[in-house]
Design a protein around this ligand. Structure first.
Ligand code: GUN
Length: 277
């Protein structure tokens, strides 16, 4: 069975529209785009479209890909100091000649609605009450909530260790009392772990890494990424999984973008509410 993400997505936007309708002013979200690869351009286009849909101004500053690290750093500094800029994001990835970590570490934590700054990531780790949730892990938790899947007493296997998805989702699951098996591409005999899990979350950018025989019966699979090879989409989970009626899988192109963008809007609305309390 495939989870119907559109229902979750629609509900999120309905709730957001209702909330923003009560605001006295229109929130503004700024974005910095440096690398014009097709994925980032698509993200930015979607962010603009859906921000406007929920009555959030979206302002984009676009730079040449050859911008130096110091120039970008200075731009970040000016965004941090600008009283008119309350919240902004830096679209990732950045070109190879720029140290991504250094740039993220310089975003003002209070303006960071993507929740990537180490101070903010730390709040997720210790589950501080003022924490937001980084966008991709946020929708994974939204899906589990929407499907009435309580992770308490359950074993969840997470395959990947990235800072923007793997590590925060591991923290969120631990905070929700799951037993978490944290795997990665160097895990030996990964099936030893996946076969123990009631839920498997895979975000490895590794085509068909997760096969049907690596799962428990009734396992729920949340597949985050796909790779495009020869114009064909290859999910991290073998698409044959779709035929397994007892698994809930989520491989629908476009949905990762849609839900990540929705969660960014949710964070921006939450930031606005906190500021105008
Ligand atoms: N690139 C891929 N996902 C994201 C995201 O959630 N935020 C930003 N800023 N860049 C991304």
């Amino acid at each position: 069975m495939i989870i119907d993400w559109t229902k979750i997505w629609q509900k999120m936007y309905d709730e957001m529209k209702n909330e923003v309708a009560k605001f006295k002013t229109k929130p503004t979200l700024w974005a910095i785009l440096v690398w014009n690869n097709s994925s980032s351009l698509r993200y930015i286009k979607q962010k603009k479209k859906w921000a406007e849909y929920v009555w959030i101004n979206f302002k984009l500053e676009q730079f040449d890909e050859k911008i130096s690290e110091i120039e970008l750093y200075n731009k970040i500094k000016s965004f941090n100091e600008d009283q008119n800029i309350n919240w902004y994001i830096v679209q990732l990835p950045l070109p190879k000649h720029i140290n991504q970590t250094k740039i993220i570490n310089n975003i003002h934590p209070k303006k960071d609605v993507d929740w990537f700054h180490p101070n903010n990531q730390g709040k997720v780790l210790i589950w501080d009450e003022t924490a937001f949730i980084p966008c991709t892990p946020a929708w994974i938790m939204e899906i589990l909530k929407h499907e009435n899947i309580n992770v308490e007493w359950k074993t969840v296997c997470v395959i990947w260790r990235s800072n923007i998805v793997g590590k925060p989702i591991i923290s969120l699951l631990i905070n929700a009392w799951a037993t978490v098996l944290a795997c990665n591409s160097k895990t030996k005999n990964i099936e030893k772990f996946t076969t123990q899990a009631e839920i498997v979350i895979v975000a490895a950018w590794s085509p068909w890494l997760l096969k049907v025989n690596m799962l428990k019966v009734w396992a729920i699979v949340i597949d985050v990424w796909f790779t495009i090879i020869n114009e064909k989409i290859h999910w991290d989970a073998d698409t044959k999984l779709i035929d397994l009626v007892w698994s809930k899988v989520t491989p629908v192109p476009g949905w990762v973008w849609a839900l990540t963008v929705a969660c960014l809007m949710k964070n921006t609305i939450k930031a606005y509410k906190l500021q105008n309390k």
